[in-house]
Structures are given as C-alpha cells and as structure tokens.
Design a protein around this ligand. Structure first.
Ligand code: URA
Ligand code: SF4
Length: 223
C-alpha cells in the first residue's frame, strides 16, 4: 500500500516537473549483461543458439553470425577477435585478406584450415571493425567456452591482442605475451599467442616474429 502511494506521488511529481518544462534525470540501474545458458548444449544446439542470439547490441548490425569453421575434433584451436565485413557476409571466419594470410601462416607449419578449428571471441561483427567492448565479450564468450569444452584442444592459439588478453585475463602487451606457453583457466589448457594476421598486414615487419611464434607452435604441437 505504502509503495503504491509512493509510486503515485512520484508519478505526480514527475508529471508536474515535466509540465514545468524541467528536465528530469531518472537514476537507472545499469543494464545487466545477459549471458547465455550454454552448459548443457550439444555442438549443434550451440550453433543454433548462436545463430539466433540477440544478447548483445552486435546482433543489430550483423548480417549473420560467424560460429567457426574447420574440424571440431582437431587438437588445435585458433581463436581470433571477431568477424569483419567479409566474414559477416559469408558467415565464415577469416575469409578476407587476413584470412588469406592466416592460410599462409598455417601452411608454414604444415597446417590447413580443414584440420584445425577456427573460432572468434565474438560471433557477430563489431560495426566499422572496432574492437568488441568488454560487455560484448562478456555476453558472447560463454559460447566460446562451450566450444572449447566440446573441442578439448591440446593447444589454443590466440590470434592478436583482443583474443590473447581475454583468454589470459591480462592487460600486458602482445610482445610480452608472445613466446610463452600460458594456461587457460579454469579449463587448464595450454595457450600460445601470436600476432593477428590483420595486424601483420599493417605491420609487415613483424612477420618475422610471427614466424618465430609459428615455429614455437609447431614444436609444441608437433605438426
Ligand atoms: N579477424 C578476426 O579476428 N576474425 C575473423 O574471423 C576475421 C578477421
Ligand atoms: Fe550474441 Fe555474441 Fe552476437 Fe552478441 S556477439 S549477439 S552475444 S552471438
């Protein structure tokens, strides 16, 4: 009863203030970050759930989701940042220029995209290829975690800063993260880091260092 009265009085006050032309600021709780329930989803149910997902604002501007591609039974999982324009159009990861360079990088260590799995941190394209926001990453990554649970890779390769920093819960630079075998927690899986191919297209001088990373990956994974 008391609450009802209070709501009514507040309503009256707001109407009065509005009528006076006084701007009103109503304190709102920050919007909760919704996270999907993924724990019990099979691989195909997970894929269908991602396809229909509207949990973060990226769904408003995507053409389609990009779940991943390759062999989900592979021992090696590559993780990028998020779809770009070409990926958004085709529904597949790494199909643009960066994807061509990724293919060359894989070839250098006897890998082919058919025999690894490739996924991204976020499944929908951030507009204008901006970095995904922390909220978008928080909303989307339960899907990735469930993909990891199904794949059970022997090695995860993080492509670029966004994937590396998310997976390793770190804010240190790529240069410091490269060159080590880290551990994904709580899954307790090894993670190695290299430059994102899109970064290498812009900074070709770092390709030599990327090749060193790839050789370390090859040595670790025995490819
Ligand atoms: N860059 C990414 O991080 N992922 C893609 O799928 C394509 C480009
Ligand atoms: Fe859902 Fe991820 Fe797409 Fe956001 S980015 S709408 S959380 S699938």
């Amino acid at each position: 009863m008391e609450n009802e009265l209070q709501v009514k009085l507040e309503g009256n006050l707001l109407t009065f203030l509005r009528a006076m032309g006084i701007p009103i600021w109503v304190k709102r709780e920050p919007e909760p970050v919704l996270t999907p329930q993924t724990e019990s989803l099979s691989w195909s149910a997970l894929e269908q759930t991602v396809k229909a997902c509207t949990l973060c604002p990226l769904h408003q501007t995507r053409l389609q989701t990009v779940f991943g591609s390759g062999d989900p039974t592979s021992p090696i999982l590559f993780i990028g940042e998020g779809p770009g324009a070409n990926e958004d159009r085709q529904g597949l990861p790494f199909v643009g220029r960066a994807g061509q360079l990724l293919d060359a990088m894989l070839m250098a260590i006897n890998l082919d995209r058919k025999n690894i799995y490739i996924a991204n941190i976020v499944k929908c394209r951030p507009p204008h290829n901006r970095d995904p926001s922390p909220d978008e990453i928080a909303a989307c990554t339960p899907y990735l975690r469930q993909q990891i649970k199904h794949i059970q890779p022997k090695l995860i390769v993080a492509l670029g800063r966004v994937a590396a920093q998310y997976l390793l819960k770190s804010s240190v630079s790529m240069n410091k993260l490269r060159g080590h075998v880290h551990t994904l927690s709580p899954e307790n899986l090894p993670v190695m880091v290299t430059y994102h191919p899109a970064y290498l297209l812009r900074n070709p001088l770092d390709k030599a260092q990327a090749l060193e990373d790839l050789y370390r990956i090859r040595a670790y994974a025995g490819t």
